[in-house]
Design a binder for this molecule. Structure first.
Ligand SMILES: *Cc1c(COP(=O)(O)O)cnc(C)c1O
Length: 443
């Protein structure tokens, strides 16, 4: 994999046809303005395309389209559209913006985040290979790696990637992928991406080109507004667009962003496994999600800090983890790694906390608090998922991370008394009032 320029944070240098110095925020509202993908010069809002198949004027045009597609040249400025599952204009516009803001060469969008994660791993790994992953992962990613990959003879080693020595020790000759989330879901620990890159570089220095270890980062929690892993050394970024980027909780989606060399493989994988993002779902993410991403996140981060401070001082709360709190064990790393393209500290909108329990193995207060909130709170909703306008609360041990066996959850720092909060855009005062009344139910 060629070395990437990690210092170039001016998006106008990577994206054609936008004025020099354009900020990420303006780009997310206006996009490229002109694109040959679709003539919408006279539209303010891009049309929502809805066409399964495309008229091909001559056999030659059809043949050229297929030939270009198979060679991974589909995402050029004048694509020949053939069939929705191969390539499609609304989804293509979304993909262009996502690749631009993450700093990748290409983006391929999938029906869900899990489809994207399966594709990113699927194009790199084959039977006999190993994936080394952080010990705590999104529940379904954990299940994909530990339940399904062994059937394909793809093995795994889980380690604590916060410790570069532990990571280096986990890598063997069969290892092809280092996979992680940062912040980690749900514990909000951080992994130092530059440190992971250094470990990968040391391993790769001794390997041939076709056996290089690739670093894959799930950037769903932070979004490119708060953290750009490719600038920090990741080879591939995956997202669940269902969460912060979609932002409104109306549509599912996922994407893979990476270096040019892998574009053809990811496109062919999507073509043959079939989980392409529907254009009707790409459209709201492009039209509502991306343009409001900085606005939503700024508001949510401001509220998250207030809520985290409130929880930190609360007698019924044993522990609060928020990367924006000075007491976060990796606060210095948070300040270095989680920043907007303008360089402002951007610790995200997710909070993890644990209730005080008499017997932490048999939590009692955790359930009482969350169940009271589920029934009585106005601004907090008991629901999985995250990154919406509404504040969502859940118990990861019992819900999102239930696929992880109990001993592994404990090893991974997911306490049965843990509660995950995804901060919405309501007033901080109202959220804190609801939490205060919920916590008053604890004994
Ligand atoms: C939700 C989530 C996923 C999976 O995304 P879906 O769109 O639900 O398939 C993957 N990673 C993280 C960190 C998530 O929060």
């Amino acid at each position: 994999m060629p070395k990437r320029d990690k210092t170039n944070t001016d998006i106008s240098r990577r994206i054609r046809n936008i004025p020099p110095g354009t900020s990420l925020e303006s780009f997310l509202i206006h996009g490229r303005h002109f694109t040959e993908k679709w003539d919408f010069r006279h539209h303010i809002i891009p049309p929502q395309s809805s066409s399964v198949t495309y008229r091909l004027d001559r056999t030659e045009r059809g043949a050229k389209g297929f030939q270009e597609y198979a060679s991974g040249q589909a995402h050029k400025t004048h694509p020949i559209y053939i069939y929705d599952r191969l390539d499609e204009p609304t989804r293509g516009m979304l993909e262009d913006e996502l690749a631009g803001i993450e700093g990748g060469d290409f983006c391929v969008a999938f029906a869900t985040g899990m489809a994207a994660i399966a594709a990113a791993l699927g194009v790199v790994l084959k039977s006999g290979d190993r994936v080394v992953a952080h010990k705590t992962l999104y529940g379904c990613t954990y299940s994909l790696i530990t339940n399904w990959f062994p059937k394909l003879k793809i093995s795994h080693t889980l380690c604590d990637m916060r410790d570069p020595a532990a990571l280096a020790a986990a890598i063997d000759d069969s290892t092809r992928v280092l996979y992680l989330e940062t912040p980690v879901n749900p514990t909000l620990e951080l992994i130092d991406l530059e440190a992971v890159r250094k470990v990968a570089d040391r391993v790769n220095a001794k390997r041939p080109d076709d056996r290089q270890v690739l670093v894959i980062v799930d950037n769903t929690f932070a979004t490119p507004y708060c953290q750009r892993p490719i600038e920090l050394g990741a080879d591939i970024v995956v997202h669940s667009l269902t969460k912060n980027i979609g932002g409104y909780g109306t549509d599912m989606g996922g994407c893979v962003i990476g270096p040019h060399e892998l574009e053809g493989q990811v496109l062919l994988y999507r073509k043959d496994f079939g989980a392409a993002l529907a254009p009707k779902s790409a459209w709201p993410i492009l039209v509502y999600g991306l343009p409001t991403l900085p606005l939503r996140l700024r508001r949510q981060m401001q509220t998250a800090l207030e809520v985290a401070r409130f929880l930190h001082g609360h007698p019924k709360v044993a522990r609060v983890v928020y990367p924006g709190l000075e007491n976060h064990p990796q606060f210095a790393l948070a300040k270095r790694q989680m920043v907007t393209p303008e360089g402002e500290f951007a610790p995200g909108n997710m909070i993890y906390f644990e209730t005080v329990e008499k017997d932490p193995a048999q939590p009692h207060n955790n359930i009482k608090v969350v169940d009271w909130i589920a029934r009585k709170a106005y601004t907090l909703t008991l629901a999985v998922s995250l990154g919406q306008l509404r504040t969502l609360i859940e118990n990861p041990g019992a819900m999102t991370h239930a696929a992880v066996p109990e001993d592994k959850r404990r090893e991974g720092g997911i306490s049965p008394a843990g509660i995950r909060l995804s901060i919405g855009i309501e007033s901080a005062t109202d959220i804190i009032r609801d939490l205060e009344q919920g916590l008053a139910q604890a004994d």
